[in-house]
Design a protein around this ligand. Sequence first.
Ligand code: APR
Length: 321
Amino acid sequence: MTSNWREIMSRGSRKIAVIGAGNVGATCAFVLANMKIADVVLLDIYEGFAKGKALDMSQNANVLNYNGTITGTSNYEDIAGADVVVVTSGFPRQPGMTREDLIGKNAEIVAQVGAGIRDHAPDSVVIVVTNPLDLMTYHMQKVTGFPANRVIGQAGVLDSARMAHFIALELNCAEEDVSPMVLGGHGDTMVPLPRYTTVGGIPITQLMSQDRIDAISARTAGGGGEIVKLLERGSAFYAPGSAAAVMAESVLNNRRRLLPASCLMTGQYGLDDVYIGVPCILGSNGVENIFELELTDDELNSLQTSGNFYKSQLVEILGYN
Ligand code: APR
C-alpha cells in the first residue's frame, strides 16, 4: 500500500490545471478549490513557488471545508488528464503600459506553455487569461493546434463584471440583479453594450441617463488601467482569477452558461480569423455556440474596429497572415 487516502479519494476525479501560480493563477486556483468541483494542479516555471502556494491552499482545506487536492509543480506531466487548463502565466502590466506592450514577452511564454498543454493535456479545453488577451488566445490556438472551440479567452466575464459593479454603485442596487454584456477586445477598444445590459430584466437605458451610461462605459473600458495605477506594481487579479474560474466551471460541469468570451471569428459580425469577445455558450466542448446579436451600425462599427485592430497586430507583431 503506497497510496495515501487523499490519493485514493482523488482517483477518477476531474482535474483543472492552472498555469502560472502568480496573482491571477493563485486566485483562480483558490476560487476553484472553494467551488469543490475538481482537483487543482498549479504549474509555474518556479517549482517552489507553485508548491508553496498549493501547500498553503491545501492547509486551508480544513478551515474552508474543501476536499479536492491542490498540488504545485513545474512538470507538465502533472497536468496529464486535465479537463480544463487555465493559462495565467505571463507578465502583467505596470503603470503606463498598455496590454499590447506585453506582446513580445508573453507570446514566448504562451508558445512554451502551449506546447506543454498540447503534449500533455491534448483533450483539454484551454482558457487563456494572459494579456494581451485576444492576441494570446489566437496564438495559443495556433500553438496547440486544438480546434478553436477548445481554446477560449477570458475577458468578457471580467469586463462585464466591472461594468456590473459600476452600475450597482450608480443605482445603489444589488450586484446580483445586474446582467451586463461587454463585447469586443480586452483593451481600449472593448464594446460595452448598454442596450443588452439589464437590471432585473430592465435595460439600463431605461434606468439612467445617457451621460451616466457613457461615464460607466468609459470607466469599464479603463477598468484594468485604473487598478494598475492604484496598485503601482502589477495588475488586477481577484476579479480576473474568479472570472476564469467561473468559465472553467461552466465547461467542467457542462453548465452551458451564456457568457461573453474571446472566440475565433469565422465570419460572425463580419470578422474572420481573429479572436474577439462575443456572447457564447460554454459547455463541455468549450465554445458550444456563438450568438450574433442584432447591433446598431455604431455598435457593429465599434466591434469591427476592435476586431480589425487585433487582426492588424496579429499580422504586424506576431507575424500571422
Ligand atoms: N511557464 C510557467 N509559468 C510562467 C512562465 C512559463 N514559461 N513564465 C512566467 N510564469 C509565471 C511566473 O513565474 C509568475 O508566477 O507566471 C506567473 C505570473 O504571475 P504574476 O507575475 O503575479 O502576474 P499576474 O498578475 O498573475 O498576471 C498574469 O494575467 O491578467 C493577466 O496581464 C496579466 O498577463 C498577465 C497574466
